[in-house]
Design a protein around this ligand. Structure first.
Ligand code: HEC
Length: 155
């Protein structure tokens, strides 16, 4: 009997084996209210991802309050004040999959794999950012409260 219980438990747990795909997220209105990780995001790690030219690539399109960063983009809204304009839940959906809000957006869906084409084989089934990195970026964006803090005007 005990062996049978053990076997049944193994069968029940089998689908919980780690998967490369991101776990499904619950979208409510224009937001994802539930954080993707139990641990809160870290704003300092989030900032590092946002200014990273290989990982986040955010500054390819966005300008923001980053006086230390040269060559910021001008194809997207200023990130200064993003944390005042949007709640963390709204920021989360904009990072996870902005195409849910604007199907024509040029912003990458950072935490989605299905329905993407033009993805190099090495990145298929892998989101650009993992769940923890999404939470770090959201935590950082939430700190951007001042819309006038941008560095875009500075030479
Ligand atoms: C290829 C260009 C591109 C990249 C790269 C990009 N974005 Fe965007 N982003 C946009 C555009 C364009 C919008 C405007 C929304 C739309 O297209 O509908 C936007 C919107 C946003 C918004 C909402 C802004 C607002 O206040 O209305 C946030 C926040 C944001 N992006 C954060 C990020 C972060 C963080 C990264 C990097 C992890 C990033 N974006 C990477 C193009 C980009």
């Amino acid at each position: 009997m005990r062996a049978l219980v053990a076997v049944l438990a193994m069968i029940a747990l089998a689908p919980m084996a780690p998967r490369a795909e991101p776990a499904p997220v619950a979208i409510v209105g224009d937001a994802i209210p539930q954080p993707l990780t139990a641990e809160a995001g870290d704003p300092a790690r989030g900032r590092a991802i946002v200014v990273d030219r290989q990982k986040g690539l955010c500054l390819l399109c966005h300008v923001g309050p980053f006086p230390d960063q040269r060559f910021q983009g001008d194809m997207a809204p200023d990130l200064a004040g993003a944390g005042a304009r949007w709640s963390s839940a709204q920021l989360r959906l904009r990072i996870v999959d902005g195409s849910r809000l604007n199907p024509d957006t040029i912003m990458p869906s950072y935490y989605r794999t299905e329905g993407l084409n033009r993805v190099a084989p090495a990145f298929r089934d892998k989101p650009i950012l993992d769940a923890r990195q999404v939470e770090d970026v959201v935590a950082f964006l939430a700190t951007l409260q001042d819309p006038s803090a941008t560095s875009s005007q500075k030479p």
